[in-house]
Each structure stands twice: as structure tokens, then as C-alpha cells.
Design a binder for this molecule. Sequence first.
Ligand code: G3H
Ligand code: 13P
Ligand code: ZN
Length: 309
Amino acid sequence: MPIVTTKEMFQKAYEGGYAIGAFNVNNMEIIQGITEAASEVKAPLILQVSAGARKYAKHVYLMKLIEAAIEDTGLPIAVHLDHGDDFEICKSCIDGGFSSVMIDGSKHSFEDNIKLTRQVVDYAHAHGVVVEGELGKLAGIEDDVNVSDEDAQFTDPSEVEEFVTKTGVDSLAIAIGTSHGAFKFKGEPRLRFDILEEIQKRLPNFPIVLHGASSVIPEYVDMINANGGKMPGAQGVPEDMLRHAAKLAVCKINIDSDLRLAMTGSIRKYFAEHPDHFDPRQYLTPARAAIKDLVKKKIVNVLGCDNKI
Ligand code: G3H
Ligand code: 13P
Ligand code: ZN
């Protein structure tokens, strides 16, 4: 099975009312945990790589690990650049074998976002690669945004048709209240499903992407806090909201923080129980198992993409 694009995955997900999980990968244990889970529940998969992940592990190592996972599991896997912020990084990932790239032009003006995204789409499509664009601004890694003007964060539905037509993007990331990281809401979690529904009306049969979609699973936050960590007030997107989004036009749900919490929680617990151990294989084994368990639960209970290959 070669690396696949998201085209067919999204079409089926849209029609079937479920979403594909896009999980961030940074090393072998994360890739193995995710792919072993997806393999057991027969789920299509998107493995995504950020600029930071490429810097940490190097493009070639991540590619070879993902290729090994495909050989090992036979899964249909799309390899995606997460939050590419200029043409060069998108080109480098396209030339380096990714099947999908995100060009995140959301920090630019509407016109400049269109121009940059169009440039990436032209190059990507000429190489058989699909492109995710973004309209609207999430908090977290897009912190340079004026946070006091809260409404300016959300995607403006009146802009989506023009953006999609002029850029030719294959999917669109939108801002409806999620944010990156482990501290997502100050009070009650609230997502603007009215905006999502309006976008769906204006872009029929078009795949929408939800970033910042970790649920910040309390089990792992508790495990961190019970073993020397300090994460009071950590809070994520409730799972029922994600399930609802997956039934609407959302075909790709991005999850990174939950993986980090599962890995860190299990490693902290391991060291609390075995303070004299120092073999990385000993503490990375439960960390990988925690990722596998988490991803399986996400696929079956939240995304609904099990048994879809
Ligand atoms: O949305 C961002 C992802 O969680 C990737 O984070 O840039 O720290 O790898 P990173
Ligand atoms: P979380 O921080 O909620 O996991 O979001 C990850 C993400 O959006 C990656 O692009
Ligand atoms: Zn993101």
C-alpha cells in the first residue's frame, strides 16, 4: 500500500458522517502506537508532521518510520504537513513525499492568504498532492492574533466560497472556538456550530477540518498531576461536540495534545513507581501502549472511522 491522499478518505467520511483522525507524530513510539491502534480497528489514518517535528526528528527519519508503519500494517495512510506557514516548507514536503500539505495563511490578510494558498495549490496539484487551507484564527500557536477582538477569531462564513474558489484548496480548516494546547476554554466549553452549519450550506460536500480538537483526557491530566506534574485547569473539547462535528461537514479532526498528555502521564507514573530504572525501553513501552489505547478509543468512540477500510 503506497502513501495515499485524503481525497477518497474525505469523500467517504463526508458521506458516512464520520471523521478521520489526524494525529501529530514526532518519533517511533508515537507512530507505532497510533498505527497499531488504527490497524486493530481498521481505520484510515492521517499522520501529520509539524515544522517543529521535522526540526526535532528530521524529515527523512519520519518518512522512513511512516513507510515502515505502512509496510507493517498495510493501512491506508496520508502523510500531511501540519501548519506549513510559507511556500518553501510546503514545497519541501511535497518534494519529500508527503501526500497532503496545509498552508496556514491565516495570519495574513484575506487577499494575501488567497495568493499564498493559490501558489501552494498550483505546485501541490501539479505533483498529485492535496492542500488544506485555513480561514479564521485559532488561539495557541497563532497567538500573534488580537485576542481582545474575539469575533475576529472565528471564520467568517461569507468569505469561504470566494476563498475556496480562488485558491482551489481541497479542504478548509475553520475556527469555531477550538484552540491548540491543553488549556482551551476559560469557562464552559462552547463551539460555534452555527458557523459550521452556515459554512456547510455555502460549501456543499466540501471537507472541513477542525484543529485544536484534543479533549485533554482527565485520566492523563490526573496521572500527570498525581506524579509530580502541575497542570491545574487543563481543559479540552468535550467528546460529544467532536462527535457532532464529525456528523456534520468536519472530515478531519486534529489531535496532538492528547497524545502528549498520554505519553507524559504514563512516563511520569512509570518513574514514580520505578525511580531506579533508566532503560528508555522500559518507560517508552507503557508510553506507546497509552498512545495506542487513546487512539483506539478516539477512533471508535469519537471519530467513528473504525471499520472504514
Ligand atoms: O498545532 C500544532 C501541533 O500541536 C504541533 O505542535 O509545532 O509543537 O509540533 P508543534
Ligand atoms: P490539539 O492541541 O488540540 O491537540 O490540536 C492539535 C492540532 O490542531 C494540530 O494541528
Ligand atoms: Zn493545528
